[in-house]
Design a protein around this ligand. Structure first.
Ligand code: HMG
Ligand code: MG
Length: 302
């Protein structure tokens, strides 16, 4: 299959990137991160979570972040909402898109959102209905689509089953998420092929953590199966607090570098993203994990 000529990158570092940071990252820095990413041209920035602050303390200031960011016209600012309480926060905050997040693994569903897959779907239904009534876009994330930290292998049918339940709720976009970065390209092709048999590929996104160094290869495999939306995190920040040992999402700089080489347009200013990655890593007092970002920064300094 011919590769797409344009790809939508959803920048998830303000949420997935920061949620696992042990030290509280100030609201000022979170706001600046979101603003700089939007200014760099990302069409969609995952800005915050409206989850229990006891479960994920780092995301406790989501309402403040949303209140203080500059809204660029045309940019979609997304937030995570596990239940109606989260949705009410998202609505009050003026989120453009909400993300419901379920899993293809029962064990992970229990650990991450404290309920079974079936219970999570029942919880999401009123959330999606309320979002649709309010004209808010909805994305449905499927965690552990390529493997689970508790259960191990996850059958492809379990991924397709959650996708079909989301479709029945009329979500706008469905994320196939490799929460712990264990997937390899052939499995990714198989999962994406199965999901896109029931969901229009234009509405499916790939969310790859890079724990095992497979994320770029998995993105290429996804592109080859017709997927054109990917989630990335500047400087490779991130991880899920309920997936121990899992590292961050694939680094935005690395993905942009690869896509540029493939002549695929993203509308994003690569140099600005390298700057953001270096700035954010300095804020966190460590070197970021983007290979391309660090290489460009070293070349600039030489
Ligand atoms: P629970 O304890 O079963 O919920 O948690 P509950 O309804 O019994 O409520 C317990 C307390 O939480 C109550 O407060 C509620 O008010 C409060 P208390 O009376 O004890 O003071 N509460 C909330 N507070 C703020 N916002 C809310 C909210 N809901 C309840 N929305 C719950 C269930 C889902 C809330 C909890 O498990 C939770 O917040 N989990 C969040 C987990 C999370 O954020 N994980 C990381 C994001 S997912 C991810 O990273 C994966 C992804 O990147 C894709 C991938 O890589 O796979 C998306
Ligand atoms: Mg994630």
């Amino acid at each position: 299959m011919a590769l797409p000529s344009r790809v939508k990158i959803v920048e998830v570092s303000p949420r997935d990137g920061l949620q696992n940071e042990k030290e509280f990252v100030s609201t000022d820095i979170k706001v600046e991160l979101v603003n700089r990413l939007a200014a760099a041209g990302f069409p969609n920035v995952e800005a915050a979570s409206f989850v229990s602050p006891k479960w994920v303390p780092q995301m406790a200031d989501g309402a403040d972040v949303m209140a203080r960011i500059e809204r660029r016209p045309g940019t979609i600012y997304s937030v995570l909402t596990p239940n109606m309480k989260g949705f009410e926060g998202a609505l009050a905050a003026g989120a453009d898109e909400i993300v419901i997040f379920g899993a293809a693994s029962e064990a992970f569903s229990q650990k991450n959102i404290n309920c079974s897959i079936a219970e999570s779907i029942a919880r999401f239904e009123p959330v999606v209905q309320a979002a649709r009534a309010a004209g808010i876009r909805v994305r449905g994330s499927i965690s552990c689509a390529l493997g689970c930290p508790y259960q191990g292998d996850v059958p492809i049918e379990a991924v397709v089953d959650v996708a079909q339940r989301y479709l029945a709720m009329q979500v706008d976009e469905i994320d196939v998420a490799d929460t712990i970065g264990v997937g390899t390209p052939q499995r990714v092709r198989d999962v994406m092929a199965a999901v896109t048999r029931v969901v229009d590929p234009a509405r499916v996104s790939g969310h790859f953590h890079d724990t095992y160094g497979q994320a770029l290869a998995n993105i290429l495999a996804s592109l080859e199966t017709g997927i054109s939306i990917f989630h990335t995190s500047v400087a490779g920040l991130g991880g899920c607090p309920y997936a121990k040992g899992a590292t961050g999402n694939v680094a935005t700089e690395d993905v942009l570098y690869m896509l540029r080489g493939l002549d695929i347009d993203t509308g994003v200013d690569f140099d600005a993203v390298v700057d953001i990655g270096q700035w954010m890593s300095a804020n966190l007092n460590r070197k970021g994990s983007s290979r391309a970002g660090n290489a460009i920064a070293a070349k600039r300094a030489a």
